[in-house]
Ligand binder design. Structure first.
Ligand code: BDR
Ligand code: CA
Length: 316
């Protein structure tokens, strides 16, 4: 039997980060969590760290949480309160955690990776700006051999959400993203081309919110905020971008994409934060290290995600 993937998730919860964690928590047969690290993004570092602590307890993961970068490498932080609410979780209140966060995420990640038994590797799952990951790669390059792959949510081959050409996580810290995409490590880019098609529709969100299970109610409440107050107002479906990372690891067959080079625009121009994906189909000089997801089966995503929430309702 294939052994479980060891997971280090770096996130900024965040409604969709939270739902991504639900999906992962429902699959202990596939994932062994080594820890959760946080980065400023959807909310301040204090708020996203508090949310990570609460989610770890609420979802029965009970893994170490370490607080990371409070600002991008070069810029002032942005937040996304209009999408994720004042508390970052669509104003859904999860029970407080007795656990406290460690510091610093970069040191925690280094120790977790370098402390793995000889020959073993872990998968990094970043679902926020890439600040912590870039810092770690620059300061502790010895971690490289311990990284199986980096399956990240960020970027797009076509279009953007924070600007016409940039996706939020990459726009927040393009310099960090450039370090990660240029690292030569195996990266899977779960960008908007695929993740925007993966979510829950309004009927599903309402049904969860009105359900009896505690995970259903929390997820439904967060998504109702997303659908009513945020960027999805008036739309039939809320994209749950970050959950495509774990969904890809569980069900790669519902995604399609290609391997290619990805360059990040770090200029101050209109395209700052754009992930420039070479889709010309030319024979590259060297085998590209990045897999870019370009399409997804949204119906299957919804089915598998609802299964995961049901599983957690029954277990917790
Ligand atoms: C990404 O931006 C954040 O607001 C979400 O949590 C997700 O990681 C989508 O563009
Ligand atoms: Ca996120």
């Amino acid at each position: 039997m294939e052994s479980k993937r060891k997971i280090l998730m770096d996130c900024d919860p965040g409604v969709d980060d939270a739902v991504a964690l639900c999906l992962a928590a429902a699959h202990p047969e596939a994932f062994a969590f080594l820890g959760i690290t946080t980065v400023a993004g959807n909310q301040t570092i204090e708020k996203v760290t508090e949310n990570a602590l609460r989610l770890s307890g609420f979802l029965g993961l009970n893994v170490p949480v370490a607080m990371g970068a409070r600002t991008p490498l070069l810029r002032a932080p942005l937040t996304a309160s209009e999408v994720h609410g004042k508390n970052g979780l669509g104003n859904v209140e999860l029970p407080a955690s007795a656990q406290t966060a460690r510091e610093h995420a970069v040191l925690f990640l280094r120790d977790a990776l370098c402390g793995l038994p000889a020959g073993e590797q872990a998968t990094l799952v970043p679902t926020g700006p890439l600040t912590n990951i870039a810092l770690m790669l620059r300061v502790f390059p010895e971690v490289r051999e311990r990284i199986a792959q980096i399956v990240l949510m960020g970027g797009a081959a076509c279009g953007g959400n924070i600007t016409a050409t940039a996706e939020f996580n990459i726009y927040e810290d393009p310099e960090a993203a450039a370090i990660v995409f240029d690292s030569g490590l195996p990266v899977v880019m779960c960008g908007l081309d695929a993740t925007a098609k993966c979510g829950l529709d309004r009927a599903a969100a309402d049904a969860l919110a009105g359900g009896t299970g505690k995970v259903s109610r929390a997820v439904g409440g967060m998504l109702q905020f997303y659908l009513n107050a945020g960027a999805y107002r008036g739309r039939p479906m809320a994209s749950i971008h970050d959950a495509s990372t774990f969904m890809y690891l569980l069900h790669p067959e519902i995604y399609s994409g290609c391997r290619t080079t990805v360059r990040v625009d770090c200029s101050e121009g209109f395209n700052r934060g754009m992930t420039v994906c070479d889709l010309r189909g030319r024979e590259p000089a060297a085998e590209p290290s990045v897999t870019v997801l370009l399409d997804a089966d949204g119906a299957k995503f919804q089915e598998y995600l609802l299964d995961a929430v049901r599983t957690l309702d029954e277990r917790l």
